[in-house]
Design a binder for this molecule. Structure first.
Ligand code: SAM
Length: 254
């Protein structure tokens, strides 16, 4: 099975296509909630951990930070981010690296740290939050959007190279086994061959304990709803999101 880095390198184009569609969860659900949680970013220093193709890095940059840096493990995800940065005259800086060593690359503290849907690829959650502590200024704000634990609890348990059957998408909340499944961006795009992605499942308690252990505090937790309009236009999507929400967005301070 591919490593997490190899896996993201091979899925980069498919991910970008899927998440840039106008009806994507990233824009319609995640960003709508994040926007309302953000402090004032103008002329502040911002760090995006696991920035991928820069979808949120560029959205954050619209608020005119002084400096914005994205870190990601995948050179292919970053090459898409850098290409887009060139096209839109962005000043964002992108660094290839592991977010659990973020401070080693940046060697400075930031006013705002952001991360979206990256923590479930991190084997040592404690290291991730310990680095946030090192990279965040006192009284700084960190907004982390994670896969809602009720959702990652459904990810099928890894069974070597076997692709899971549909009925293996079932909640196993307290089972911390590695998970392996086909991501929607390749499953629903015939141009790409299906492959397994490995990730981890963390419970609500795992997140809170790792944040507190790092010396950080939780200020607020949001679990965003899908757009009301989807009740009419996309009822299936709306309803399955209500049953098992995809996101949990945590505001943290130091
Ligand atoms: C689901 S994508 C999210 C990308 C971006 N934040 C977004 O919301 O579009 C997860 C990203 O996490 C990155 N990633 C996974 N483990 C990482 C690590 N240890 N260090 C840095 N990036 C990592 C992957 O390369 C991938 O780009």
């Amino acid at each position: 099975m591919k490593s997490i880095k190899e896996n993201w390198n091979s899925m980069a184009t498919a991910y970008e296509i899927f998440n840039n569609s106008p009806d994507s969860y990233s824009y319609n659900i995640e960003w709508k909630c994040i926007k309302n949680m953000l402090p004032n970013i103008k002329e502040k220093d911002v760090l995006d951990l696991g920035c991928g193709t820069g979808i949120f890095t560029f959205l954050l940059e619209q608020f005119n930070p002084q400096k914005i840096i994205g870190i990601d493990l995948s050179d292919e995800m970053l090459s898409i981010a850098k290409k887009k940065a060139g096209e839109c005259h962005s000043q964002a800086e992108f660094i290839l690296g592991d977010v659990t060593n973020a401070f080693d690359y940046v060697q400075t503290e930031f006013d705002i740290i952001f991360s979206s849907t990256t923590t479930h690829y991190i084997e040592k959650l404690d290291n991730f939050f310990a680095n946030i502590f090192k990279c965040l200024k006192s009284n700084g704000t960190c907004i982390i959007s994670v896969i809602n634990p009720i959702y990652s609890a459904m990810y099928p348990v890894e069974q070597g190279n076997k692709f899971p059957d549909d009925d293996e998408w079932t909640v196993r909340y307290l089972d911390r086994s590695k998970r392996a499944y086909i991501q929607p961006w390749i499953e629903y795009n015939d141009d790409f061959e299906n492959e397994l992605s490995v990730s981890y499942h963390y419970t609500f308690g795992d997140y809170i304990n790792a944040i507190v252990k790092a010396g950080l505090s939780v200020k607020r937790i949001e679990e965003p709803l899908p757009p009301e309009a989807w009740k009419e236009t996309a009822f299936g999507r709306y309803n399955s999101f209500i049953e098992t929400p995809t996101y949990m967005i945590i505001e943290i301070t130091k």
